[in-house]
Design a protein around this ligand. Structure first.
Ligand code: NI
Length: 197
């Protein structure tokens, strides 16, 4: 049994590494954290999810990106993208995604947060935090750590007990790919990595 288990893990490991090799683009694979203004919990509502889906579809039609993994929390997003070689313009993409979401959200009657003087002066709406957090993945191991972090995040935030109990992430897709068992993610898979959120 021990030997069979060890072999199984090896085979699984090989399958995983090939996927990560396929996804990793040197210098072009990024982990992002994007937070709403004043941490308002607007993203996981039915409307929030629809507005984000549409914003992502619009930006992808215009400026390509591959979404490796994503999780929507009520007040923030963690996402991993790869961009085409030679294209590192993720800031423009996020600005557009945030802008498209904001427009749809306000048009549908969503309320924004308190507008500061500087936001009013810039005609900026109070829906997202201005800044976002970016980490460029160094290699396939780093990418795997980021993917694990994304899928474990709802457990970290106390929303569910296991990754599979959370509906708004790419976890299920990774289970189908054989990356995780369905019970994965009850404990912190990357205890030595502490990005914000
Ligand atoms: Ni988080």
């Amino acid at each position: 049994m021990v030997h069979r288990d060890a072999l199984y893990r090896l085979v699984q490991g090989a399958a995983m590494m090939s996927e990560y090799r396929r996804w990793f683009v040197p210098g072009g694979t990024y982990f992002f954290t994007v937070v709403t203004h004043q941490r308002r919990p607007i993203l996981t509502s039915e409307f929030g999810r629809k507005a984000l889906r549409e914003a992502f579809a619009a930006i992808r039609a215009d400026r390509p990106l591959s979404l490796v993994a994503i999780v929507l929390l009520p007040d923030h997003i963690h996402a991993i993208w790869t961009l085409p070689v030679g294209d590192n313009d993720y800031s423009v993409r996020w600005r557009r995604i945030k802008g498209l979401f904001t427009r749809a959200y306000l048009a549908a009657g969503g309320h924004e947060g308190v507008l500061s003087v500087s936001r009013s002066a810039r005609k900026e709406r109070a829906v997202w935090q201005r800044r976002f957090w970016e980490h460029t993945c160094r290699d396939e191991d780093d990418l795997k750590r980021c993917v694990d972090y994304v899928h474990w995040n709802p457990v970290k935030h106390g929303l569910v007990r296991r990754a599979r109990d959370y509906p708004w992430s790419s976890f299920e897709r990774f289970v189908h790919l054989g990356e995780y068992s369905a019970t994965w993610g009850g404990t912190n898979p990357c205890p030595n990595w502490n990005p914000p959120e």
